[in-house]
Design a protein around this ligand. Structure first.
Ligand code: SAJ
Length: 433
């Protein structure tokens, strides 16, 4: 790679992180090959279309594909920089599964050449980048790899976690700061030079293991803090307090900033990544483990409370507002709202009406339950009970006049002016859990 030339790039994995990353690198003028195991995904992208929803991604991908800067394939090809962005799930015992990372390494190893840079972006347990390096070293004994040679290595290997927020991926890909952890300082510098081409945020270099842990810590920090808010909401239920009022007041303290309770923690990151730390140090992580339990337990608390409310009003129609895992996105994976709504649909059938503007149809588990999908206007017209599960803007803006006579269970605190009917109901029905 000549320093004045733009490097050619291969992005392995064209999912929620890989595709936007590939598109942003291509926009910076680098020729990018996106690699995916799915022929369908590859065909979609080569048509200039996308298979995931993310703000402004469709226009960007269409643009870079039509300018010839981004193409996709199931077959690897030589490149100057390889960016690995594949999933790292966990198994039923919460043990991290890095097999996709190692499979990506196996795919690219045969085409690596002198001067190449390999960057792992997938959220990974500490030590994964070194495992990737060891695997490449095993497959390519002809290459001098970093950390295993006293000479200048032929290739550079670094870990640089993504930290973008779904719904704001393109903006955050460019503007967020990045931690870049090299197997050696030289590796970190090589990766830094690459990220500088398209990242406006500050790029801070460190070692690979620290960067791996940093990513896990960021999401565990958020999980623990959401757990605190969720625990407060359960305590407030028990004490007959309005948790939103308590948090609002407490947050007026200059050094207090409590997050928002909700129906639980969804998505693929915050509910997963803390387990990678727990798995690495089971004896030393009671707080992180407990936070996971509190956040998972909140879903069941919400189900119990909602069921009691619906049971107490046998003639009322019920609207469940939202299925997404968080506000204003169309991502329903690992969603607590979806879990709660489907439990209610299974139990109460046609009394349950689902409002989800981001879903064209109801997910599979609603089939044969009798539950139907309606829009927010119909829900306000026909349903007496409203269970707020997602804080989509379209729900938030409903004025009090249109919902004042509803029986509302607001798990997200979007309607602070709602009369406290549910709480009075709880007292009457002794529903407080
Ligand atoms: N949630 C609450 N209360 C809150 C904040 C969030 O209940 O106060 C819930 C959300 O409703 C959702 C879940 O938590 O169900 C997670 O949402 P999120 O917005 O906190 O995070 P994600 O999963 O969309 O993205 C996170 C981000 N990490 C951090 O903010 C530390 C993002 O920056 C990471 O890039 C992403 O994980 C990732 O890929 O790891």
């Amino acid at each position: 790679m000549k320093s004045d030339n733009k490097p050619s790039v291969c992005v392995v994995g064209l999912g929620y992180i890989g595709l936007p990353t590939a598109a942003v690198i291509a926009r910076a003028g680098c020729k990018v090959l996106g690699l995916d195991v799915s022929q369908k995904v590859v065909d979609t992208i080569n048509r200039g279309e996308i298979h995931i929803e993310e703000v402004d991604l469709d226009g960007l991908v269409h643009g870079v594909v039509s300018r010839g800067l981004l193409s996709a394939s199931t077959e690897v090809a030589p490149a100057d920089v390889f960016v690995i962005a594949v999933p790292t799930p966990f198994d039923k015992n919460h043990a991290p599964d890095i097999s996709y990372v190692l499979a990506a390494g196996k795919t690219i190893a045969p085409v690596l050449k002198h001067g190449d840079v390999v960057i792992l972006e997938s959220t990974s347990p500490v030590g994964t980048t070194e495992q990737l390096r060891d695997m490449i070293a095993g497959m390519r004994p002809d290459l001098k790899v970093p950390g295993l040679t006293s000479e200048i290595p032929d290739i550079s290997i670094a870990y640089c976690p993504e930290r973008v927020l779904p719904g704001r991926i393109l903006e955050e890909l460019t503007n967020n700061d990045r931690s870049i952890g090299g197997i050696t300082p030289r590796c970190a510098r090589k990766a830094l030079a690459f990220y500088k081409r398209f990242v406006r945020g500050e790029c801070v270099t460190t070692d690979a293991r620290s960067a791996e842990m940093t990513k896990l810590v960021e999401n565990a920090y958020r999980d623990v803090n959401i757990a605190f808010a969720n625990e407060l909401s359960i305590v407030s239920d028990k004490m007959g307090l309005d948790v939103w009022e308590v948090i609002r007041l407490a947050n007026r303290h200059p050094r207090v900033n409590i997050l928002s309770p909700g129906p639980g923690v969804g998505g693929h990151c915050i509910a997963v990544d803390p387990w990678f730390i727990v798995h690495g140090a089971p004896e030393e992580t009671p707080l992180i483990r407990t936070a996971r339990g509190v956040n998972d337990g909140k879903m069941h608390h919400v189900v119990a409370k909602a069921e009691a409310l619906v049971e107490a009003h046998p003639d009322a129609k019920v609207a469940c507002l939202g299925l997404a895992f968080k506000a204003n996105i169309d991502d329903f994976r690992e969603s607590p709202a979806r879990f709660v709504a489907s439990r209610l649909a299974r139990k109460f059938g046609e009394r349950i009406h689902i409002v989800e503007p981001y879903a064209a149809e109801l997910p599979i588990e609603f089939t044969d339950t009798g539950a139907v999908q309606i829009d927010i206007d119909d829900a306000l017209e026909t349903c007496e009970i409203m269970i707020v599960l997602v804080d989509h803007d379209v729900f938030r803006v409903v004025p009090l006049a249109e919902r004042a006579d509803k029986l509302v269970y607001d798990t997200r605190g979007i309607w602070p002016d709602q009369p406290r009917v549910v709480r009075e109901e709880e007292a009457r029905l002794k529903l407080v859990v």
